[in-house]
Design a protein around this ligand. Structure first.
Ligand code: TYD
Length: 136
């Protein structure tokens, strides 16, 4: 079992099509304070390359697909997001990199707090150092 948590959302589908509902403190395990989405990505250009001190996020690929490299400072796991029924949890102190976006990819992210640059760790060595300090 890896440290990565992927939530499988229940679909409320019928003959008209599919529907997924996301609720704070329901199938999303935190209070959603912010939503953002990434689309029209430049081919071959990766994103992310950071971790957060406190932010909790759930990434959902609404259309197309992309790959997220998850790294807890000890283990690295590649996750393919290719379904609007899958939510990847990005917890505090989890370094993440996103790449291999398909042209049509729409990656939506639900976040537990407002945008705060001070919550970012953007230097990989600082991240690894912070993980080690957490252990001691
Ligand atoms: P950035 O963190 O570089 O995106 P990614 O994690 O996908 O690599 O964010 C791009 C820009 O948008 C940067 O200037 C910060 C800003 N931003 C906001 O203002 N609010 C937000 O909610 C997010 C996620 C980013």
């Amino acid at each position: 079992m890896s440290f990565v948590n992927i939530i499988k959302f229940k679909t409320l589908g019928d003959e008209r099509g599919q529907l997924v509902s996301l609720e704070s403190n329901g199938n999303i395990p935190f209070e959603i304070k912010r939503t953002y989405y990434i689309y029209d990505t430049s081919p071959g250009v990766p994103r992310g390359y950071h971790a957060h001190f406190t932010l909790r996020q759930t990434a959902v690929c609404l259309k197309g697909s992309c790959v997220v490299l998850m790294d807890n400072g000890i283990e690295k796991v590649e996750v393919t997001l290719d379904s609007p029924t899958k939510g990847l949890m990005i917890e505090p102190m989890q370094w993440h990199e996103m790449y291999d976006f398909t042209n049509d990819c729409i990656l939506m992210v639900l976040a537990s707090d407002n945008y705060d640059e001070l919550d970012y760790i953007r230097d990989y060595d600082d991240f690894v150092g912070a993980v080690k300090n957490d252990d001691t």
